[in-house]
Write a protein that binds this ligand. Sequence first.
Ligand code: DGJ
Length: 726
Amino acid sequence: MTILFDEQQQFFHLSNSTMSYIIGIEKEKYITHLYFGQRLESYHKVNQLPYIDRGFATNPINEERNFSLNALPLETSTQGSLDFRISNYQFRNNTGGRVTNFIYDHYEILDEKPTLSGLPSVRGENEQTQTLEIYLVDHQQQLEMVLRYTIYETLDILTRSVEYRNHGTQAIYLENAGSMMLDFPRSDYDFITLYGAHTNEANIARQPLHPGIQKIESVRGTSSPQHQPFLALADSQATEDSGVVYGFHLIYSGNFVAQAEVEQYGSTRVQLGINPETFEWKLEASTAFQSPEAVLNFSNRGFNQLSQNFHTLYQTHLVPTQWSQTERPILLNSWEGNYFDFTQETIIQQATLAKELGIELFVLDDGWFGERNDDTTSLGDWSVDKNKLPDGIDHLATTIQEMGLQFGLWFEPEMISEKSDLYKKHPEWSLQVSGYPQTQGRQQLVLDLSRRDVQDYLIQVFDTYLSSGKITYIKWDMNRHLTEVGSFGLAHDQQKEVSHRYVLGLYRILATVTTRYPQVLFENCSSGGGRFDPGMMAYMPQTWTSDNSDAICRSKIQYGYSLLYPPVMLGAHISEVPNHQIGRETPLETRFLIAMSGNFGYELSLERQTKEDLAAIKEQIAFYKTHRKLIQFGSFYRLKPFDEQASTAWLFVNDTDALLIYSHGLARPAQTVEYLKTTYLDEEALYKETQTGNIYSGSELNHAGLLIPRIKGDFKGFSLHFTKLS
Ligand code: DGJ
C-alpha cells in the first residue's frame, strides 16, 4: 500500500495490491479525478485530460477557452462559478454571498487513519493504513477544505471525508457539507440502491443510469427504511461473481443524500453526504465542521466480492472491537410472544423453559416500565411497572441469571410520550417549533437530543440500569421519524442545525454508554431496520433486521441487507405461525433455515408450542451452537439471485466447514433439474457432506454443481453441512 505524489506530473497515486485511486492537480490549482479501479502497477499520466473548447463553457483562465472545470472530472465541485454539476459543498457569508474559489494549497500524508471528531468512522487499527490530506484554500474568505482519503493495505476500501474550516474573523454558514464526490468518465453503469418500507426493507433496485440526476435521500431524521445511505455503480453485465462494481456507503444515521448525475458529455458524478435540504451550520470564526465519512468499495469480481469487502471492513474495523469476534447468544425475545401482557411469574416460567431448551439470553421487550400496557404512554418514565414486576428489574435479572441465562432489556430512549411524567416536567425537552402543534407518531414525541441536558439525562438512565452489571444486553429501539425539527435550546439562526445536532447528540450518548459498559451487547432497532446504517453499527454490533418475521419475506430482506452487512449483524428470530405481520404459515424447519442464517433467536410463546415443536427447537438450538462460529464469522455468499417465487440459496464458508442453505419458495410444476454451483469452496479440497457421507471435490461443487433434490410443497428448504477433508 502506498500513497505516491508525482511532483513533476502533479498527481497522487493511492494503491494497494488490488486497487488504485488517482487524483490529479491541474494548473497547480484544481483537483481532478483521474482513475479508480483495478491496481495499476504504475501511472504515467500519458493520457492527459482532454481540453476541449465546449459551448457554454466557463473558463477560469480567460484566454484558455478549452479549459473549463465544467467539462473535467473533479474530486470536488466548485461553488457559484465554473462547474454546474451537483455540488459537494455550499457556503453563504453574512452578506448573502454564495461564491467561493477553493484552490489547491498543499498536501500531507499520514501513516495512520485519524478518527473523526464526534462522528463514527471505520478504524485503521491492526491494519496498515495511509491517509492523504489535500488542503484547498479560499483566500478571499480565509476558508479551508481538507479532503481526506484513507487506503487500507489488505482491503479494497478507501474512505473519504471533508473537514470545512473557517480561519476568518466572522461566522459563515455552511449550507451543504458533503462527504465525497468524484466524476467517472463513463455512464454505462447500472445504478443500484436498497429501498423499502417498514416490514419490507432492503429491496435491491437496479437500473441503467440515464441522463440527469438519480438520487436517493432521507429527510426523516434517520437514515430510514426507505433508503439505505448507499449506492453502487456496476457494469451492466456484473453478476454475483463477476464484473466491476463500485459501492459507496455513508457512515451516518441521519438525513443523507446519495446521488449520481449523468451529465452532458456522458460522465457520471457520484456524491454522498448529509442532506443539504435539512441542514445548515453556523461555522463560527476559528472553528471547523467535520463531514461524516464515506466508504468507497471496489470489486472486480461482482457483488459477492463487494459484500465481502464491506463485511470484513464492518466486522473488523467498525463494530466495537470487543464484539468483533465474540459469539452472540441465542436469545428469546418477549415481544411477539407476549406484547404488553406479562407478569413476573410468566416471565420466569418462560425463562425456565428457554433454559431447558438451551437458549442463552432472555430479553424483556417493551411494556416493563411506567404504565405501559399499550403503546400510547410512559416513554421517558424509565422506572419499573411494579404491577407487572413487583420485585423490580434488578431482582428479575438476578433470578434469570441464577437460572443460567443472561438478561436483556428493551428501551426506546429517544422518545417521550405526551402521557408521561417526563413530559409534564420537561415539555421543552421534545423537538418543537413555536406556535405549531407537535405531530405525534405511534402517539409519541421525539426528545430533543441536540440538548446537552437531554443527552445527560439519558446517559444517567443507562447508568441506573447498567451499573449493577446484571443486564448484559440492551435493545435500543426508535419507532418514529422526526417532525417539527426545532429546538428551544438553540438560537434562531441555528435551527437548521437541529437534525444534524440530533445525530451528534445520539452519537455522544451511544459513545458514552457503550464505552462505559463494554460488556453489554447493544442491539440496534428502529421498528426493525429503520435506522440500519454503518453509523449505528459503530456502537451496536447487531440490528433487529425487520419487524417482519415471516421467513419468506425475511429471506428477501436478509438477502438485500447481505449486500452490505454480514449475517452476524442481522438479528433474525423464529416467530409463531400464522405470522403476525402477514399471516403466512411456513414450516418450523424453514423458519429455522432463514433465522439461523443471521444472529439467531426466538420470538414466540414457548408455552404455546407443541411437544414435537419444542423437541425440534431443542435440536435447532444444538445445531446452531455447533455451527455458530461458521455462521457468525465465516464468509457469506449469495449463490443465486432472489427470484419472484422466493427461492434463494446461500453459503457459509470457513477454513474447516461449509453450510449451504437452500430455500425453495413456491412449489413449481415441471421443475427444471437444478445443479447449484457453490463457486466459493476451496477448489483444491475434498468435502464430506455430513448426513449422507458423500464426498465431493470443491471444484466439482463449484463448477459442476450440487444436484438439488426435488422438493414438494410451498416454502420448504434444506441445509447441507460439509466438512473439509483436506
Ligand atoms: C418495534 C420493534 O421493532 C419491535 O421488535 C418491538 O421492540 C416493538 N417496537 C416494541 O414496541
